[in-house]
Design a protein. Structure first.
Length: 225
């Protein structure tokens, strides 16, 4: 106003009316941009949340056996390494008996069905703090959250007997008898996971050599040699 010598009514009107006219439009534009930014941030947060859920599902899927839904071999090794650092534990290795014979006589479809039946049976025999995995074709592993030898042997025997009782039948209603051999080691505090698996595996083959459908448990790492 001073530069243009507008020291009159017109100048004061412009200085008063212009801000009043312009400010609502500017305020509306600012509000609109803020609202767009808020909605964009909400959408971004939603996308990030959905991405986290998707990644979690992919990780879960990658750690599971596609047929049985149990942990796969790699995931079980990682689980047991973490679990034994937090609690006492023992290891069982379970192998389905005469499985090639089931495959040869009844085909892959019944072969897969029998594996899933055994997997469900094992899961039903263990506790909420235990975990099981499919670590090979017809081979399973179980982490038991206990190092009580009698308890470990009792659970292993419960699994063996429960598998015997499975009423598995082919689509032609032919009953297929199922059984498992179980080897294990009590106490995982000392030594490596690979050492424990080797010991449990040796006990498993003792069970196989003794006619199958039985349980052999190693009492501890110290007496494994």
């Amino acid at each position: 106003m001073m530069a243009n010598d507008m020291h009159d009514t017109r100048g004061y009107m412009i200085a008063t009316i212009c801000p009043l006219v312009i400010s609502p439009a500017i305020s509306f534009m600012v509000f609109r941009q803020s609202e767009k930014l808020r909605l964009t941030l909400e959408k971004l947060n939603q996308v990030m949340h959905e991405l986290e859920i998707t990644n979690a599902k992919l990780f879960e899927k990658s750690s599971r056996d596609s047929m049985t839904g149990l942990l796969n071999r790699e995931a079980f090794f990682n689980y047991i390494e973490d679990a034994r650092a937090r609690r006492t534990g023992s290891l069982l290795i379970i192998d389905a008996d005469h499985f090639k014979k089931i495959n040869d006589m009844h085909g892959h479809y019944n072969d897969d069905g029998a594996l899933m039946a055994i997997a469900q049976c094992i899961t039903g025999c263990i506790g909420k703090d235990d975990s099981t995995a499919r670590i090979g074709g017809e081979e399973f592993a179980v982490f038991l959250a206990t190092d009580d030898e009698n308890n470990v042997k009792s659970i292993a025997e419960t699994i063996r007997a429960a598998v015997n009782r499975i009423e598995f039948r082919t689509p032609e209603n032919e009953r297929v008898p199922l059984s498992v051999s179980i080897g294990g080691i009590v106490g995982l505090a000392n030594g490596t996971i690979a050492d424990h698996f080797q010991i449990a595996d040796r006990r498993l083959y003792e069970a196989k050599r003794n006619g199958r459908n039985c349980v052999f448990i190693q009492s501890s790492m110290k007496s494994a040699a």
